[in-house]
Design a protein around this ligand. Sequence first.
Ligand code: BDR
Ligand code: CA
Length: 311
Amino acid sequence: MTTRVLFDCDPGHDDAIAMLLAAGSPDLELVAVTTVAGNQTLEKVTRNARATAEIAGLAAVPIAAGAAGPLVGPQIVAEDIHGDTGMDGPVLPEPTYPLDPRHGAQVIIDEVMASEPGTLTLVATGALTNLALAVRLQPLIAARVREVIFMGGSVGLGNYSAAAEFNIAVDPEAAQIVVSAPWKTTMVGLNVTHQALATPAVRQRITGLGTAPARFVGELLEFFGQTYRDVQGFDDPPIHDAVAMALAADPLVCGVQPAPLSIELHGEHTRGMTVADLRGPAAPGCRRHVAMTLDAERLWDALVVALTRLG
Ligand code: BDR
Ligand code: CA
């Protein structure tokens, strides 16, 4: 049984790798891609998503641009990590697949409403603006979605600030709407994604495949590895977004536990922090889940299988 996924993203090096994982995984069926401003402007991340779709051969998968900025406040971008284009490093192909004219939030609504209830998973790896808009525009989607899996937040330290992770910091109000809507949500935060490190051995395994998509991932990791070294002091880059996608394909990629979850919206030093209440067993029926552990080998195996299948 494959899991049907809609991918909402802001490519972004690790978003692009997550898209290739979705495109090639035998366990996933990618139904649509929607973009949101975050790592760079909406225009830039949408171009990157379309270029990645070309490399993945996603001719039949609609791609739509969504929100150009957060619900509240100014837009922030991550040029220091992802560069001026949002995906510096590889030379990108010119997009030839058409851009769907609908707003990304509308595509989310349309795909959820057209799917059998409980059969579509939303995987989000950027700010949660499109998901928040979609569930506000059409609240009926909440009961029909199988699950929302988002890369964002942290049980512990942030990266945008001491307390906040970047995707949540970009649009904290949207994140609060998403984690309080009546659907199942699973947070894949920095506490696990910082263990998804593309070590030299992992990179060799990928580039050793020798295919065009694998070479593309190698080039992405070259640039991303350098900025993570320079800006964040990491020896190897964490492939955050691929963890959320891998978890959609295989529930054993992460150890997950239920926990009430909210977003700090007001703190002077903590705005955008994810607050997971891990003090005790969650009440029965708790629909918020938090990833706590990562099986990194399972993640890399899934990525290698997907890249091999893309050929
Ligand atoms: C997240 O922020 C973005 O820069 C990455 O693409 C990832 O989604 C990590 O904090
Ligand atoms: Ca991202």
